[in-house]
Design a protein around this ligand. Structure first.
Ligand code: SF4
Length: 276
């Protein structure tokens, strides 16, 4: 059944990356099942890249609840200010004077991938200090819920592959995407079967990314501005301060104008009285 699954027992540690979203949820259910079948469920831990205010409220708590559902250790990783507070993407945009875009996705590399690699370093140090792995690099499996359907770039990724940039003299990192070939319908079925809670923002959003993701669909951005008017206004302020558009084809100001016109008004949250 799991013909694309790697042999999980080969790895010293299995690190599951969750965003708290639907793909992460379905992938977590699969990863737990596969680890159980391989007899290495005790090597599995869950990490969430905490993006602070950039995320929908409740996302960190939901990610933690998913880990607790399977009784797995949970931790967060984040880019932080010297005082310990999570540094948000909007703060970085204000400081840099530029928004990220598809070619310069520093939001993902600096706020997700970088902090997750620090978590890998911590795991490797613990395994070495406990004497569990000596005289060879630690074998670490990094597990994510990416799917081919999401984008051409993701479709090109192998479901299981060595990650040369995450690896070093102390660790060999492999990436595994257990639901790479899955359809959206299959993802929702798996979540239902696993009885995992979903974020309420899915009533109005097709994806649970950052609340205002530069790569999101126009419809999702307008729905997000309806639901987060104050945060949208702060994005528009930064946009006007730095003189760089949120996106070339769509400024934050245009998103807010479309919201005020009533375009793509979300139904689920603003008018709860008409919901069944
Ligand atoms: S969800 Fe969008 S804005 Fe947030 S880190 Fe990912 S690409 Fe960047």
């Amino acid at each position: 059944m799991h013909h694309t699954s790697p042999d999980l027992s080969h790895f010293d540690h299995l690190l599951f990356n969750t965003s708290g979203g639907k793909d992460s949820s379905a992938a977590l259910a699969e990863a737990v099942e596969t680890a159980e079948a391989a007899g290495v469920r005790d090597r599995l831990t869950v990490v969430h890249a905490d993006l602070g205010e950039s995320e929908w409220p409740g996302t960190v708590q939901l990610a933690a609840a998913h880990a607790a559902h399977y009784e797995l250790p949970f931790t967060t990783a984040a880019r932080r200010h010297p005082n310990g507070a999570v540094e948000t993407i909007l703060e970085r945009v204000a400081a840099r004077g530029r928004w990220p875009d598809a070619k310069r996705r520093w939001c993902t590399s600096d706020h997700k991938r970088g902090p997750i690699r620090k978590e890998m370093t911590r795991i490797v140090t613990n395994l070495r200090e406990s004497g569990k792995v000596l005289r060879r690099p630690v074998r670490l499996l990094n597990i994510m819920g990416l799917r081919a359907e999401e984008s051409a770039a993701r479709a090109r990724r192998a479901p299981f592959a060595f990650d040369a940039t995450a690896s070093n003299g102390r660790r060999e990192v492999y990436n595994w995407h257990p639901i790479h070939s899955w359809s959206t319908a299959r993802v929702w079925r798996r979540i239902e079967q696993a009885d995992l809670e979903v974020h309420p923002a899915y009533a109005d959003m097709s994806r649970l990314s950052c609340r205002f993701c530069v790569l999101a669909r126009r419809k999702d951005l307008i729905a997000a501005a309806h639901l987060n008017p104050e945060y949208a206004a702060r994005h528009a302020e930064v946009e006007s301060d730095i003189g760089h558009r949120f996106r070339l084809d769509l400024s934050m100001e245009e998103i807010i104008t479309a919201t005020e016109r009533g375009d793509d008004r979300p139904q689920g949250v603003l008018f709860p009285c008409i919901q069944p």
